[in-house]
Design a protein around this ligand. Structure first.
Ligand SMILES: [Zn+2]
Ligand SMILES: [Zn+2]
Length: 130
């Protein structure tokens, strides 16, 4: 199973301040999704949708656009990425409630909020991907 590493990044914080629906980016560090601090305040389902979309960017490769990223993740995970307006941003990634379990399984994350726990230490011995 693929395991996605997610870390808060100062550049992502800057981007979020500049554009409030911008919460994450990839290709900054290898196999890492960088997120703004505000990402952790999003509802879990939106966090999962954003992470899936960002993994789609990794799968599609750097020059690919938004649609190519979603096509890549939809093919790989079988989960449909949708867009909804909400208080957290216009046209933000969204997945159906029925897809939450599959999204967690695909991403290899039991609790996307894990890293907000002050005692959490990434497990250095775990393979980044297998
Ligand atoms: Zn970054
Ligand atoms: Zn994107």
């Amino acid at each position: 199973m693929r395991t996605v590493r997610v870390e808060t990044c100062p550049l992502a914080n800057q981007e979020h301040q500049h554009s409030h629906r911008q919460y994450a980016h990839v290709f900054h560090y290898d196999r890492l999704v960088c997120v703004a601090k505000a990402f952790w305040d999003l509802p879990e389902r939106i966090r999962l949708a954003i992470l899936l979309h960002e993994v789609g960017h990794i799968l599609a490769g750097e020059p690919a656009g938004e649609k190519a990223a979603n096509n890549a993740i939809e093919r790989a995970s079988g989960i449909d990425i949708q867009y909804r307006d909400s208080e957290w941003g216009e046209n933000l990634e969204w997945i159906r409630p029925d897809d939450v379990v599959a999204a967690k399984e695909y991403l290899g994350i039991v609790d996307v909020g894990l890293r907000t726990h002050p005692g959490y230490q990434p497990d250095a011995s775990a393979p980044a991907e297998c």
